[in-house]
Ligand binder design. Sequence first.
Ligand SMILES: *[C@@H]1O[C@H](CO)[C@@H](O)[C@H](O)[C@H]1NC(C)=O
Ligand SMILES: *[C@@H]1O[C@H](CO)[C@@H](O)[C@H](O)[C@H]1NC(C)=O
Ligand SMILES: *[C@@H]1O[C@H](CO)[C@@H](O)[C@H](O)[C@H]1NC(C)=O
Length: 727
Amino acid sequence: MEFLKNGRFLLPAILVFFLLQKPIAASLQSKSSLQKSAATSKKSYIVYLGAHAHGPEPSLEEYDRATDSHHEFLGSFLGSKEIARDAIIYSYNKYINGFAAVLDEEDAKGISSVWPESKSFDDEGMGPIPSRWKGECQKDKVKPVHCNRKLIGARSFYKGYVASTGASPDPSSSPRDFDGHGTHTLSTAAGRFVPGAAVLGNAYGTSKGGSPDAFVAVYKVCWSGCQDADILAAFDAAIADGVDVISMSIGGEPVDYAVDSIAIGSFHAVQNGITVVCSAGNSGNQGPGSVTNVAPWIFTVGASTIDRDFISTLTLGNKTQIQGKSRSLESLDEDKSYPLINSADARINDDYREDARQCVEGSIDAEKTKGKVVVCEFGPSSSPLSYFESIGDEAAGAILIDPGTLANYFFVDPFTKPHAVINAADGVALRSYISSTKSPVVSLSRPRTLLGRKPAPTMGFYSSLGPNTITPAIMKPDVTAPGSAILASYSEAAPPGSDPNDPTRVPFNILSGTSMSCPHVAGLVGLLKALHPHWTPAAIRSAIMSTAQTLDNTGAPIRSHHGNDATPLSYGSGHIRPNSAMDPGLVYDLTNADYLDFLCSIGYNTEDMSSFQNHTCPSRYKLLEDFNYPAIVFPYHRDLQQTATRRLKNVGSPGTYRIRYRTPAGFNVTVKPESLTFDEVGDEKEFTVYVQSTPREYIKSGWNSGWLVWSDGKHHVRSPLIINPIA
Ligand SMILES: *[C@@H]1O[C@H](CO)[C@@H](O)[C@H](O)[C@H]1NC(C)=O
Ligand SMILES: *[C@@H]1O[C@H](CO)[C@@H](O)[C@H](O)[C@H]1NC(C)=O
Ligand SMILES: *[C@@H]1O[C@H](CO)[C@@H](O)[C@H](O)[C@H]1NC(C)=O
């Protein structure tokens, strides 16, 4: 490692990325669940060499020449080109210039998503594959993927995985999805219309993705975890293959962009006109600053609920009915009554009273719950994933009382066993029925789908939160989109829930997470790209951000799962509104040069820059506060006046736009000029926001949020305005 230090970046290709919930989407795919960087292999390294000498449309010979230059480069350190050729596992020879190499004799034995037979990828009625498509459908002997005119490409990248773990890709190197996450996310982004989609009778309706007529390709990069080397190889291939949108439900801890393979790969994709949409992460429970994939060229998506619930009705022996939420795949006989028991009354002994009340594993005597419906209460010691193990295999079902701290918690993973989650007030009534009745009984209906539930959306409790810890001036996440209890295609090689031994197989499944919201946005990006082929990734993102909504279906501000008002730290600009995004009026556009200015403005020197582009910062470049992002953040506001300049581009009809804004209490904000006139499409106009704090007693500490809107009466181009005062 020492010997390559000179002026180049070296990243040990250890397992930096783990999966948000399980694996991925419309692009990068994976296998198995949460796995942190346990591997400490010092064996494979990524070396960046700045930009390629070749131009934007390289030929095959130019690719070869780039590969040869990698052999040459590494060979000069290792003694010969031949040794170097053997050591290099990936030559990033197309758009990213660099390579990944194994620098000792560890042998790499290569083996190993989508579930291609899914109806979501049926190609009936699809036109011919576009001639600009240069991708391929990988040929595997074991478990191959059969592409068609819908699923036009499938490749897997595992050399980095093999090099750093020594393991073989399991169960095969095929891009086929063996655990369901990839199929689910990809079909959400671009699945075709499938009438009658249902998970064992629930969520009945037509399933479709955001861009049902888009061609899709899969790049599988995650096995037991995702390796930087494989992620970069997939980006390099996807850019060269000619994709328009990359949907990436992968993420790790937020790290500096120069050592973040998703930031680096997506930079190159965006420079080539490809929009990269990523999950914000499922670490909301870790509080502020948990958002990941925060580079300003990435489109970062949080997750929220939709207006659909799965409701199971409890009928007590005295005919009182209570509604609970349920995603059980099995149901009880609706016409039959089952004995009810409080879990605490089934405790092993008195030492376990409190644990048994919360259904902690090992606290309940399974003999006492046989054939009964067990009432548990969620508490600090409870783990929702082990409820059904705790109450015993022969219990008929469970009723879980949610004290109000969990809200949509139970929508993360489907539970096979019959159950219902009820609120605390209903829990009190249920308990009083049990205690006042000699032989309490209950019947439990099969879960039914109810639409139009209010309030919706609300933020997913799991959705990771801003501020952006790498560059606080860039608001992240950018938007929120449906992510809780999403119905989409599933792999028929995997059980629907978390029990690996469950033999149940479903063509559709309901999952929750920012892995699910990301492909919703990717699907919308696909639609906008089809409608406006010449818009940049930044223009598409701006259109979606500036038209997003911050109110729910009751007309009140979108709430967090706790029931209080959510803020831009969780939803960014708001919840996506596809119809409005098609005609935003104005956009905050960004050029490739703006991104280079951005890197200069955060202090990157030529060496730091080399993983992005060969670039020497000029003496004058745009300041960070003037980076043309569709959200305005003053992350360290002092008493002095601060300014932010933005540039709007007309993408709609000519017109005059006027400013309206709401200022967070205690700050004096002015915008100049107060009106902007655009004569034709492409016209660009600048404005400046001035912020000055008023006497400190009026200022709330923390991330105060307001907004500003430019409107011509028809279009409303909205930006969050966030001010964090520091003493
Ligand atoms: C990148 O910059 C380095 C150092 O300035 C230079 O030696 C190298 O040739 C450049 N690479 C390309 C592809 O332009
Ligand atoms: C059933 O029992 C519960 C709890 O004691 C009580 O609140 C409810 O009013 C009863 N319902 C009927 C219909 O008597
Ligand atoms: C707010 O700013 C305007 C313009 O700079 C200034 O005239 C006004 O006095 C300021 N108000 C306060 C309360 O600081």
